[in-house]
Ligand binder design. Structure first.
Ligand code: SF4
Length: 188
């Protein structure tokens, strides 16, 4: 089993695919991706964010930290990563908790497809999604409710962490670079 997993790990590392903007080689990027998934149960989607917060930690990343930014991963590549997640641990999306700079996950064009695939494979595993909330709308919220799942005690298996930071429209424009500040307020 360990050998099988190692072989899968190596072949994933060597295969071609999406690009990191900062990893030196494609192989290095894929190795880091697998590390994030298999060691931390974090599924990286994209470094792109639709806001531009003055305090964003991604603006001042020291090169010594060796953090990586990357273009949105292709749906096929994300589906390929899913089997490396641990069913017994919470799956984390949108949290900069590894060597990757995570952007806004709902800017990823395939996020709902991906979440439904995750839920189909891990029906009882808790999931956490961190978002700035700006892309949430009725359709997305309904889809999230549908795929959330619950524990035998009726608790939701989906934790949506909304990083609002401030609710004042003018402050959102100035501090977060939010051109449509009403969106997130309406979504909430
Ligand atoms: S929402 Fe988060 S990731 Fe996006 S710019 Fe603001 S702090 Fe950075």
């Amino acid at each position: 089993m360990v050998r099988q997993r190692r072989t899968a790990f190596m072949s994933f590392c060597r295969a071609g695919g999406e690009l990191s903007l900062t990893a030196k080689t494609e192989e290095e990027f894929r190795r880091l991706l697998l590390e994030a998934v298999s060691r931390h149960n974090v599924l990286p989607l994209t470094s792109f964010c639709n806001l531009n917060c003055l305090f964003c930690s991604h603006r001042r990343v020291s090169p010594e930290l060796h953090l990586h930014t990357f273009t949105p991963l292709a749906e096929a590549q994300l589906l390929e990563l899913i089997p490396f997640l641990d069913v017994t641990e919470k799956i984390v999306i949108g949290e900069s908790a590894t060597r990757f700079c995570e952007g806004e996950p709902f800017t990823h064009p395939s996020i709902l497809t991906l979440l439904f695939s995750l839920r189909a494979r891990f029906p009882r595993t808790p999931m956490q999604i961190t978002t700035n909330g700006t892309m949430l709308n009725q359709k997305t919220v309904k889809a999230l409710q549908k795929l959330a799942g619950e524990t035998p005690r009726g608790e939701s298996l989906l934790e949506l962490v909304i990083s609002l930071n401030c609710s004042d429209a003018a402050a959102r424009r100035e501090i977060l670079g939010d051109r449509e500040p009403q969106r997130v307020i309406e979504a909430l």
